[in-house]
Write a protein that binds this ligand. Sequence first.
Ligand SMILES: [Zn+2]
Ligand SMILES: [Zn+2]
Length: 324
Amino acid sequence: MRNYLLRIAGGFLLVIVAIWILWPRAETVELDVTRAVNPAWFIEENLIEPVRKEVRKLSDGSQAECYVITTKTTPFEHEIGPWAPGHVNDGKDKGGIWFKDGHVYDLDGQFIADLDEFYDDPEWDMVRPDGSIQVTDTREAFELAARPNVDPRYYNHVVECPAEVDEWKNDHKVYVIPVSPLYRTIPTQLGRTAVGLAFNGVTFDPPAPIHAILHAHTIAPFDHGGGHVNPHVGYHYHAATGKTKEIEQADQHAPQIGYALDGFALYAHLDKNGEAPEQLDECSGHYDDQRGYHYHVSAPGDNQIIKRFRGIPGTMTIVAQPDQ
Ligand SMILES: [Zn+2]
Ligand SMILES: [Zn+2]
């Protein structure tokens, strides 16, 4: 009996060792051109303190020379909102945008009233008899609706951050990104928080959980900058719509709009001729000898900034500030 158990244990160990040996490991590829992060491009008015260079831990536990970028949470270049039209007669100036199947839709009151046709589902019903639209206009409503498991009391609401929820505006965001990005043979999946940041310090987030949002017959509109507010992370972008600082390129290439958390640069979707980027890899990136490896963000309606990290991502931490 004992012999038998030992043999099973030995076999088990052998399998573990074999898996360990055969498991593919990410390796770093040396590229001819690698562009280091340029800290001077972050908008000074939105930096809480000057960008620092320090050896820090990346998300995989490895150490690297990093930039520590501490920013405000609201954009410098544009106002935030509007998101939800409040009445069925409200025009497009009172609403933000919504995504479906790669398209961007401008929201007005009638759009909200017609959601049953838009989604071919009669359960959509957000307009009250007096023409007003059900919007999460209290702290409680917002907190119970702006989450994946929407409280049933707030089904059929437009989810938007009410004015009374504003403490997130005092938070600081601390980004740690490697000074020189490393091209890895195996990509890293996006995390739950930041994918990267715009030059104004606002976070580019992973895709919004649109399936869960629609399941509750809610929508959580983005403003025309592609952003909205969530009670935990504050204002963040799910799309790049051209409202933030851009670094123009000398050639026809799309402008740079920020950095991913792994230190590779983020460029807009379209180039100067309005053409979409070609031959992007599984991470939404490609290489050229001007820019080295870099990403192109997806079109706004795609609800996706980039698909995966090509390098090793750093970190983003939200630091709450005491009441002022
Ligand atoms: Zn979001
Ligand atoms: Zn490119």
